[in-house]
Design a binder for this molecule. Structure first.
Ligand code: SF4
Length: 292
């Protein structure tokens, strides 16, 4: 009876050759000259490192670069669907990737960003209402989470756009890259604070974020850069702690650590996902420090 057998044969590797050719190139370092709308709730220390042009000790891996590329692909696909709808007379695509700049008193540098899409819906009911859209593609657990709660940083990004671009609605649209399962949230400013609703619900939720907190954070980062002093690892707006656990010799970041609670029980504490896998300054920030 026939069967498979294995032996080492030196054959060409055409698939691998092609994949190598189209692998995403490494990111180029760029001098930072503005705050970005997309990073206002990011780790202050990470932003500080970007501002001072610190070398990336942990640049994104090829897999991470591919994921970013998949995000851009999803974006391009969404744009083509909008164009298709425009051809059918359902909407006007007014702008894409619109560059914006917001100058704020008390800050040396502006906030910049790119509005993904600006459209007007043309049916009678909507009467040419104008929409500013931030599009985000998601995958895996992200999708499950986002169906329940939007990412605050995305709402804040839209909030920046709302200050420079007049529109009737400001929405963030989430869509899973595979299943196309998605949801959307709309933002509004009420008494200086940021609110949002899900899918047009009448129930608006308050984020607790005020605009002056964002300005204060950016000012704090500008001062830290001027003084060359890394800022704390806790976000001053949300209180989110960017925390990592180190191995005993202080040379490795551990994803988890067992910690004992005051009542004598123990729990598994996790290194913040950003410090564990994504931040390009992980080694610079944490290694050779005492265990936090
Ligand atoms: S490793 Fe964590 S705490 Fe340090 S800069 Fe990066 S995100 Fe911030």
């Amino acid at each position: 009876m026939g069967g498979f057998s294995k032996q080492g044969i030196d054959l060409p590797t055409p698939g691998q050759d092609i994949l190598k050719l189209i692998a995403p190139p490494p990111r180029e370092a760029r001098e930072k000259r503005s705050h970005y709308a997309s990073e206002l709730l990011g780790c202050s220390r990470q932003l500080y490192y970007k501002w001072i042009g610190a070398p990336e000790t942990d640049p994104p891996t090829e897999t991470q670069l591919r994921k970013m590329e998949a995000g851009s692909d999803a974006h391009a696909l969404f744009l083509s669907r909008l164009k298709e709808a425009e051809k059918r007379g359902l909407l006007f695509l007014l702008d894409t990737e619109k560059s914006i700049e917001l100058n704020i008193e008390g800050l040396t540098y502006p906030i910049r960003g790119y509005i993904d899409f600006i459209i007007a819906i043309t049916n009678q009911e909507k009467n040419n209402e104008k929409y500013v859209i931030e599009y985000k593609s998601t995958f895996g657990h992200q999708t499950t989470r986002i169906l329940d709660e939007p990412r605050l940083s995305h709402l804040v990004q839209l909030w920046v756009y709302a200050q420079v671009e007049e529109a009737d609605h400001y929405v963030v649209i989430y869509e899973d890259r595979g299943s196309k399962l998605g949801t959307w949230y709309e933002i509004a400013k009420i008494n200086g604070a940021l609110w949002y609703n899900k899918e047009g619900s009448k129930l608006w939720a308050r984020t607790g974020i005020h605009w002056n907190q964002i300005v204060d954070k950016l000012r704090m980062i500008e001062v830290a850069v001027a003084e060359q002093k890394p800022p704390p690892r806790v976000d001053p707006i949300t209180g989110e702690e960017f925390k990592a656990f180190l191995s005993k010799d202080g040379k490795k970041i551990q994803k988890t650590k067992v910690v004992w609670l005051a009542d004598g029980t123990k729990k598994v504490a996790r290194t913040h996902w950003m410090c564990a896998d994504y931040c390009p300054y992980r080694a610079l920030c944490w290694l050779n420090e005492e265990e936090k």
